[in-house]
Design a protein. Structure first.
Length: 249
């Protein structure tokens, strides 16, 4: 079986999802996660000039950057605007089409840590209607709309794949955690429920807890109050492994 993954800096490279790949003996691990990513498309402005998220197959596609610091470099700003789950999914589809990655049997999303609370959108509205095309309720510039689009796009292209959506983990910052638990998690619950895919509650159940972490410094499982150390990656990977194993096998 083949594992496909998308996410942000907590997922990029060989972190929790690599442990899942190893723990469950998947044949492959194709990960298109990029640090600093969000779910949704964006328009970003600096010095009176604006850029808007491009599609991955746009002829002038600028690429994807994991940058997060303010910049006046318009090319870098365009790459930052392209760093979202919608574009990542388009990238994944291109990789499968071109033989770079196999068709996934399991696909896991782990996004939301970097999402702005003002960009959540109306989850019930975002999940209305049956199609993604010509759907006036679907706004890919909101977390809810982008999440629905990403889940449905993977499902339509790979109908036999099981899809899982991971909530963000706790950080060392209580204010950040309050945003995740009270606002972002609500969107996750509504959209995954409407799309009938499994949500994996990494916020409450991994064992990574704000009480033992330090903002900007090393704690029990986080190296800087946000990103897991190797033991944190293994811990999250073990929990996600248990949920996928329980749901699938």
């Amino acid at each position: 079986m083949n594992l496909g993954v998308d996410g942000d800096s907590i997922t990029a490279g060989e972190q929790w999802s690599y442990h899942v790949y190893k723990n469950l003996g998947f044949a492959s691990h194709h990960n298109v996660a990029v640090g600093s990513a969000v779910w949704y498309k964006r328009t970003m402005t600096v010095g009176g000039r604006s850029v808007t998220t491009q599609d991955y197959d746009s002829p002038d596609f600028a690429g994807i950057s994991d940058g997060w610091l303010p910049t006046e470099d318009m090319e870098e700003l365009q790459k930052q605007a392209n760093n979202c789950a919608v574009v990542h999914v388009q990238h994944f589809l291109s990789d499968v089409k071109n033989g770079i990655a196999p068709v996934p049997d399991v696909f896991a999303f782990a996004m939301g840590t970097n999402d702005d609370a003002d960009m959540l959108g109306d989850a019930e509205k975002a999940c209305s209607g049956k199609t993604l095309t010509d759907n006036p309720a679907l706004n890919l510039f909101t977390e809810a709309g982008a999440m629905r689009w990403c889940i449905q796009t993977i499902s339509e292209n790979f109908p036999d794949a099981r899809i899982f959506v991971l909530t963000p983990i706790q950080s060392a910052d209580p204010a950040h955690n309050a945003k995740i638990e009270r606002q972002i998690r609500e969107v996750f619950v509504k959209v995954t429920g409407a799309m009938s895919v499994q949500m994996i509650d990494c916020f409450h159940c991994t064992g990574i807890c704000e009480k033992f972490e330090n903002i900007g410094g090393e704690g029990r499982y986080l190296k800087d109050g946000l990103h897991p150390k190797p033991n944190g990656q293994a811990l999250e990977g073990a929990f996600v492994t248990s949920r996928i194993r329980a749901e699938m096998f």
